[in-house]
Write a protein that binds this ligand. Sequence first.
Ligand SMILES: [Zn+2]
Ligand SMILES: [Zn+2]
Length: 262
Amino acid sequence: MEVHVLASGSDGNCTVIESDGEAIMIDAGISCKRILSLMDRHGIDKESLKAILVTHEHTDHVSGAGATARKLDVPVVANMATFNASDLGNVQHWVYKSNQDLNIGQFHVTPLPTSHNAVEPNCYFTEVDDKKVLVATDTGKFSFQIEHALAVSDVAVVEANYDLDMLVNGPYPYSLKSLIGSERGHMNNIDTGLAIKRTMGENDHRKIFLAHLSKTNNTPDIARQAVSDITGIKRFQVDSLEFPGDSRIIKVRERSGPPSPS
Ligand SMILES: [Zn+2]
Ligand SMILES: [Zn+2]
């Protein structure tokens, strides 16, 4: 099982989870052309894609969703409010109610509500057999449910949007700074680090990937250092995209011991 972070940040977000010849996409906030070329570069078989799951209606999550769904002939999966708020054109769609689990091929997906300035935002926790992947961005805080998912995940793609000093002293207008820093905004490096620390287990085997870093209010080094300082996880073991256009393949490791309780 592999997690492909094709794009992450305010310029666009797109992640593909692939397992045994099947794949799901979480968000498609870059152009269809770019998604298709990144799928080629990552060796993801386009025929394997089952669905595009959308977290919320912001452009950096949906801009390529309609075109990609039409091109690859797959449904867009979202709750009704998000689907109605996203201008996707004529696409197959599969609407779920929040808190309703989804079975898409071999993927068991649990939508988890996030706290964000969107109509009905969610993130997604995906399980295949005993392998667990959390992709959680665009939230001002992690709910109990998200923290639980973070605790049991093998791979956690979690938001570390901003460094608080950079946001406060940066160029954004006060109203935008307030929104980003609010409970309906984004996670900062410290809060994400604390959440990772709170959910650490003995022999912690999680792979942590910091996502949705702000270009203006964060850098990969600052985010990684902050999370490393708080959690004690070695800096090089905390991953994130490094530069515009970067992408990443994260392998979900085979467990050697018994599966963790969920
Ligand atoms: Zn976003
Ligand atoms: Zn957003």
